[in-house]
Write a protein that binds this ligand. Sequence first.
Ligand code: CA
Length: 645
Amino acid sequence: MLSMKERFDSPAFQEAYHCDVPLGAFCGARGTVFRLWVPTAQDVILRLYREGTGGGPMEQIPLRPEKRGLWTYITEKDLDGVYYDYLVTVDGETRSTADPYARACGLNGERSMIIDLSRTDPAGWPEDHAPPLPPETVIYEIHVKDFSWDPASGVPEAYRGKFKALCLEDTTLNGDGKHPTCLSYVKGLGVTHVQLMPVFDYGSVDEGGDPAAFNWGYDPVNYNVPEGSYATDPRDGAVRIRELKEAVQALHSNGLRVIMDVVYNHTYRLDSWLWRTVPWYYYRQKPDGTPSDGSGCGNDLATERSMCAQYILDSVLYWAEEYHIDGFRFDLMGLMDVPLMDRIRRELDRRWGRGEKLILGELWSAAETNAVPGTVLADKGHLANLDVQVSAFCDDTRDAVKGDLWSEDAAGFVNGGGLDAERLACCVKGWAGCTEGGVRAPSQTVNYLSCHDDWTLWDRLVMTGDLERRFQLCQPELLRQNRLAAAVNFTCQGHLFFLSGEEFARTKGGVKNTYASPAEVNRLDWSRAWENRELVEYYRGLLALRMRLPGLRDKTPEAAKRLLAVTVPAEDCGAVLVDNRGEGSPWKRLFMAYSAAKEGVSLPLPRGDWEILADARSSFAWREPCVVRDAAVLEPVSALILGQR
Ligand code: CA
């Protein structure tokens, strides 16, 4: 007899039970239909409730088995606003479960809710659309609670840490009317996309508990429902939906696209709605039958199984369609498989146009996974197998600039770790063509120096540059390193990405991973944003300049040919010459030099006149450029970007 695992993996099972009708509960004036996929069930009972938590069921109704493992119930009643769950009996064991396909839920996601989604649309929602696709992608990563938790943000207390705070367009530091915070600050920064850390319903924060409770949220409970702790009322299932839509609408109308961080590689617990509905089907197992744990979170989803793949694809398309989401960042994409990632790419392109929706992800996992043998994982070894418009976080440039992530004391180029010509060339090319089976074009690369994971860029610089580790203190030498790091990162080919606050020397006090640290540690410190406004200005100038540099924005496989020359006269100093011809640029060539030396460095220049576009002091020099020729002087620990007409 086949084991359950062998049965689920067999082509015969897929042949018999793959089912691509819309699953979940759908209501309207003509009635309500429930569809659940449970090929292994002997019995399924629907329970209806008045409330999202507590109280007994109003009604219990058996579902009817149909073909392909589908169970259904159809009623003439419009059950909009009614809560529900299921009793599923498999192998003689009966378990209660919420609907894994739920699109609304009650407090803490314990019960699902039937919802007429049209009543969750804010005013003007049908007219909501993303701003036009920008010439470059600059992604700014935020966490809903981090963003407005600081009382100095000027956000009214009732909205702090909520979706509602993302809608406020004129907040200022302590309400002083002068110094923009939150959305009014971000829209002036020059970023094009805001990436929201998990906003689907996650399990680590009690939605009815302490408002200060904090978690990053990489622990999915209901994949297709927004998180309740970010809503002003987590008990009414419609509120969180409307408020997330309002936030997307506000970001769109302020010129920002929205990327959602999605975590389809594992669930909060193995004992999830997916598991309770079809035990084991959605999960990988080790040969001994225990759950695979490549995520380091206790379980891995079996993305290679057809109904699991369908589940993930449907979920992505749902967020794009219903919430107007413009891109998806796949957590531990290295646990997902290449055919599924390519299929998601294809289906998004088919509906919204090629490349309109971004896909980016992490090319790694926490540990080895137990996928079906032969599964090609979307990991670092298989980037070349992926669609050229599936992008990945580039750990190589990250580590080259600020030091190896796995060692506390390791330094990168800006903090004294040195650089060689080959590495510099690869960084500038977004690593296209630099490794066997790796990046094919800079469209696959996301350049970053900081994200929510690990130390902030600033904390890293303090750890390698200040023996006393004074994280709050903004020391000039470290600010220079920060500027240089940003200049390197923002002059590499590929997409650009940074953690919110990197531009004002954000510190988490040296704590490496703050996923469960208090909101106080994680929150954006808006006073610091003002104190470090010169660093913010430097970021702003670099991003504005980037929009004028087609040689760096080029995402095609030919982009690497634009790198004309590389010189590394000393290991703490290097320069590159780049072909910058293209629309919107007065400069045919760029000469970009980087120095981590403690003394000034004089570098010979290629022939002709060169305009200073950015130097140690200003990244807005390009607005009124001085001209230099023959040689240029780089100040200690600084970048110099020159353009030739
Ligand atoms: Ca939740």
